[in-house]
Design a protein around this ligand. Sequence first.
Ligand SMILES: N[C@@H](CCC(=O)N[C@@H](CS)C(=O)NCC(=O)O)C(=O)O
Length: 223
Amino acid sequence: MLEIWGRRNSSNVMSVMWTVGELGLDYRRINVGGSFGGNDDPDFRALNPNGLVPALNDGGRVLWESNTIVRYLAGEYGIDKLCPSDPYRRALAEQWMDWTKTVFYPVFIPVFFGLIRTPVERRDAGAIERATEATANALAIPEAQLARQDWLGGDAFGMGDIPLGVMLYRYFNLAIERPVLPAVEEWYGRLCERPAYRKHAMIPFGDSLEDWLRLEAEGADIQ
Ligand SMILES: N[C@@H](CCC(=O)N[C@@H](CS)C(=O)NCC(=O)O)C(=O)O
């Protein structure tokens, strides 16, 4: 059975859990990080020396870095389901995973952290507005791709859709201004129909740090 270490409301943990759900694998998830702590426990540091979530233990095969874990699970248990066997098609999916981490995260995380992970009295409205605009600009890239095809990596759902899909639940559920993005919105609608996405990525976060912490505690026992 897979062991996944990390709180379920971490976007990086969500990518792994959604992958596990799509593949129907048996798992046990252990709460680490956020208000659960444990990041510096020796047992956890032995799995991930960075002290960050997620970490995976698959029968002694230990991995950290969420995109790497998604690639491993998709390659080991989901060839031609989540991970194309053709190297070029696989690279097209990986391209979107890497784009999400290197281009989308840096512009979007300040929006999410600014609104949800920061006490109201310390919110920096100007920084949030600038980051919201930068996020909208970044989304023009997947908008153009999804106007040509149904899924980011090609003509079928796959691992290339996972990291950005996780972030877009947050994007579409924040109280921010958003441009009209017809193709991205249709793609998000298709994701919302997937049971594994609903279970592992559509995790409510509320409107404030207080909501965030309350919902984190309330979800502690959900696998
Ligand atoms: N690049 C890493 C980033 C890992 C990361 O920053 N994880 C965050 C949660 S999303 C974390 O562990 N934060 C500390 C905590 O939750 O206590 C990955 O994708 O796995």
